[in-house]
Structure formats: C-alpha cells, structure tokens
Ligand binder design. Structure first.
Ligand code: TMP
Length: 214
C-alpha cells in the first residue's frame, strides 16, 4: 500500500505522518515513512539545493528537473523495494506536489510534467492521498512560528518565502486535483487542532476497504 500526504506549508504533514505510522503499526502493519524531496542519500542532497533560500533565482525548469531527479532515485532505490518487500510506504509529498507547485503555481506546462512523470514512474500511483487543506495565511503563520522557535530549519525556507498568491495557487491546485480524483484524494480540514486532524485521518484510513491488508 502506498499512501501520500499533501498540503501547503504548515499543514502538519510531518506530525500526522508519524501518527498514521503508529496507527498502522498498532494494526500489525510494517510501514516506513519517507519524504520528497529527500528519502535517499542522493535525494537529501538534492533537497538541500531545492529548499535553500539562497537558490531563489533557480530557473523553474531546473527546479522541475531536480524534483524529477529526486523522485527517480527515490522510486528506484526506496519506494519500489519497500513496496516489493510488503511494506506500506507513507510518503510526505509525491508527484501531486510537482503538478501543483511547478505546474499550477510556477506556470510550467502540466502536460510536460505528466509526460516526464510517465518516464520516471510508469504507473506508480498512490493508493490514497490525504490532502491536509487549510488557508495559506494560517499555514504560513504556523510554518514561520516553527522556523522562529527552531522546530523547523531556517535552511529550508525557499518556498515559505514565496508570496501569498503563490501559496493560494498551490492550495487551489491541490483542491482541483482532488476534485478530479475523488477516490484517491481524501481532504482533511487541517485548520483544526492536531488531535482532531489525527482522528479525522484515522477515521478515513479505518474506512478503507481491507485495512488489515494495508
Ligand atoms: P517540505 O518537505 O517541508 O514539505 O518541503 C518541500 C517543499 O518542496 C515544499 O515547499 C513543496 C516543494 N515541492 C515542490 O515544489 N515540488 C515537488 O515535487 C515536491 C515534492 C515538493
């Protein structure tokens, strides 16, 4: 089973992914947490370049290709091997993030993104995608509080420094994707407190058919 979490900055994915892992483990499932960009040694190096605020003049196509390089490595070296050995993979962001950030928000051609994806991952789609939805004003306030109190690194703030309208496009893009694939996407109101959000996610996962095989 392949589960992805998506959402804007400050939507709480990192907290919730741990909560999901604990829930699945309590059901006897063997699961691994991973993330994009990152998730492999090479990917973590690509992540550092992508999220470094000093990379602010990066060309959008360069940015897209770096995300693709990260994903290619991640799929081949981590996701496929984990799924093949029967593990559930919980991934903090995956290709929907590219469609939304590089496509909807940066304005790159979504057809081009989809074609590159076909090359990179063939048919590896998530079984379920949890979209943590909240207004960007709330998400960005939370993200900056975490940066200021040190619980989130200031070395990875290139996207937090984007304009509010960029983040509004990201949110709208996610909601549009969710509308197109209502079976795969499950939207959770992430403006609630984290316990409520956690309960909502567990409720969704509990209702998934064959949870015992997740
Ligand atoms: P995060 O790991 O803290 O969520 O940060 C990852 C950042 O990278 C986030 O701002 C979204 C951005 N991103 C893209 O722009 N495209 C992508 O394909 C992915 C996976 C992430």
């Amino acid at each position: 089973m392949f589960i992805t979490l998506e959402g804007i900055e400050g939507s709480g994915k990192t907290t919730q992914i741990k909560h999901i892992a604990e829930f699945l483990q309590s059901k006897g499932q063997d699961c691994v947490i991973t993330r994009e960009p990152g998730g492999t040694k090479t990917g973590e190096k690509i992540r550092a370049i992508l999220l470094d605020p000093e990379s602010r003049d990066m060309d959008p196509l360069t940015e897209l290709l770096l995300y693709m390089a990260d994903r290619s490595q991640h799929i081949k070296k981590f996701i496929y091997p984990s799924l093949s050995s029967g593990k559930t993979v919980l991934c903090d962001r995956y290709y929907d993030a590219t469609v939304v950030y590089q496509g909807f928000a940066r304005g790159l051609d979504i057809e081009l993104i989809n074609r590159l994806h076909e090359l990179v991952f063939e048919d590896l789609k998530p079984d379920i995608t949890i979209l943590l939805d909240l207004p960007p004003e709330t998400g960005l306030t939370r993200a900056w509080e975490q940066i200021e109190n040190g619980s989130r690194t200031a070395l990875e703030t290139r996207f937090e420094k984007e304009t509010l309208s960029f983040h509004q496009k990201v949110r709208a893009g996610y909601l549009e994707l969710a509308k197109k694939e209502p079976l795969r996407f499950r939207i959770v109101d992430a403006s609630n407190d984290k316990n409520q959000v956690g309960n909502d996610i567990i409720k969704i996962l509990s209702e998934v058919k064959n949870i015992s095989r997740l």
